[in-house]
Design a protein around this ligand. Structure first.
Ligand code: GLU
Length: 370
């Protein structure tokens, strides 16, 4: 919440198509090399980086000879299919030169909203980061059912940042931040360095009576800022066209900082505590009560009884042996599996269920004490 947003432990960097793909539909390799070097630098300081990248459609339309005119939805989806493989390859090569493994993650907005997929996607991102990879995320455009709009990845990147509890989201774009009006049409437009809250005044800066292609762009950037900041992720909007764009930003390049209004951890705990209905109850033993109160995860061995028909990722209440509500959390197993592994040791899970699930039945990151 305070301090330099670039000093984050975990950052999401969003890259737009215009930065990554040239007019002929090829990857701008030189620029990507510079960004990959910046990402490698951040990682060598111990920071974790997730990339959200656009460019699949822009690369694919050239590859499929689709020309420059407007595309029908199914043509965009075809272009995305042809382009994504190139996009992923470009990132793999660029990061690979620094010894950094890239991992392709294709998501739909649904994955960030449906709790079961959300938990899985979150766990996969966590695992990739732990293993030292850079997740390279794009929307799964080929199966998207709604119209694909440029700018969708702004919102997607905010959702990914929230899902991963990143402290900072950096949107690299073609503008160096928010202005009081469109700087291309209004000479009186002033740059806004810091936005503490997304008020109607701020929203009006993007929806003012200016025409031109840039305004829609700012609307989606403010939508992203809103998603990010209210969930504890600060957002930096900066121009990405410099050769080493993140280094330029760290050296004082102009940007707009949208300040987070809480920390990711607090926002997530608040979300779990306040906004989710419960679908079941896990009653735990006295040892687990002590473990939970000390901040640990809930392991299956500490669960004495399971009530309710819940799905994986649903919210459940955790009761002390005397029935007192103790905590609320997102459960990593459905009701049937939870009943089978209750009172079992973690190393028995695989034998009982026939698959190796999570070690914890409710992970401490998914749990809030009441
Ligand atoms: N997912 C689209 C692509 O990779 C881009 C969406 C956007 O530009 O926001 O082509």
């Amino acid at each position: 919440m305070n301090g330099d947003p670039l000093d984050a432990r975990r950052l999401v960097v969003k890259v737009g198509s215009a930065l990554l793909v040239d007019g002929a539909g090829d990857v701008r390799d030189g620029w990507l090399e510079g960004l990959a070097a910046d990402i490698a630098d951040l990682r060598s300081e111990g920071r974790q980086v997730i990339v959200v990248t656009s460019g699949a459609i822009a690369l694919g339309r050239a590859a499929l000879g689709l020309g420059r005119g407007p595309l029908k939805l199914e043509e965009k989806q075809a272009a995305a299919a042809a382009g994504q493989i190139r996009l992923a390859g470009a990132w793999r090569d660029a990061l690979g030169r620094h010894g950094v493994p890239a991992a392709q993650v294709l998501v739909t907005l649904d994955d960030t909203e449906g709790r079961r997929r959300y938990l899985n996607a979150r766990a996969t991102l966590e695992t990739l980061l732990r293993l030292g990879a850079v997740p390279v995320v794009n929307e799964n455009d080929t199966v998207a059912t709604a119209e694909i709009r440029f700018g969708d990845n702004d919102r997607l990147s905010a959702r990914v940042a929230v899902m991963a509890s990143a402290e900072t989201l950096i949107l690299l774009s073609d503008v160096d931040g928010l202005h009081t009006a469109d700087p291309r049409t209004d000479p009186a437009a002033r740059h806004v360095p810091v936005v503490a809250a997304i008020t109607p005044d701020i929203l009006a800066m993007a929806t003012g009576p200016v025409s031109g292609v840039g305004t829609g762009g700012m609307v989606s950037k403010l939508a992203a800022a809103r998603i990010a900041t209210r969930s504890g992720t600060a957002m930096l909007l900066a121009k990405g066209s410099a050769d080493r764009p993140l280094r330029a930003l760290r050296q004082g390049g102009r940007s707009t900082l949208f300040q987070a209004t809480s920390t990711p951890r607090t926002a997530r705990k608040h979300w779990i505590a306040a906004s989710l209905g419960v679908a079941g109850t896990l009653t735990v033993d006295p040892g687990a009560v002590r473990a939970l109160q000390a901040g640990s995860s809930l392991l299956p061995i500490g669960v004495a009884a399971v009530e309710g028909a819940f799905g994986k990722g649903d919210a459940v209440l955790i009761h002390a042996p005397d029935g007192t509500p103790l905590a609320k959390g997102l459960v990593a197993y459905d009701g049937a599996d939870a009943r089978r592994i209750a009172r079992r040791r973690t190393d028995e899970i695989e034998a009982v269920l026939g698959y190796r699930g999570r070690d914890e039945i409710v992970h401490r990151d998914d749990l809030v004490l009441l």
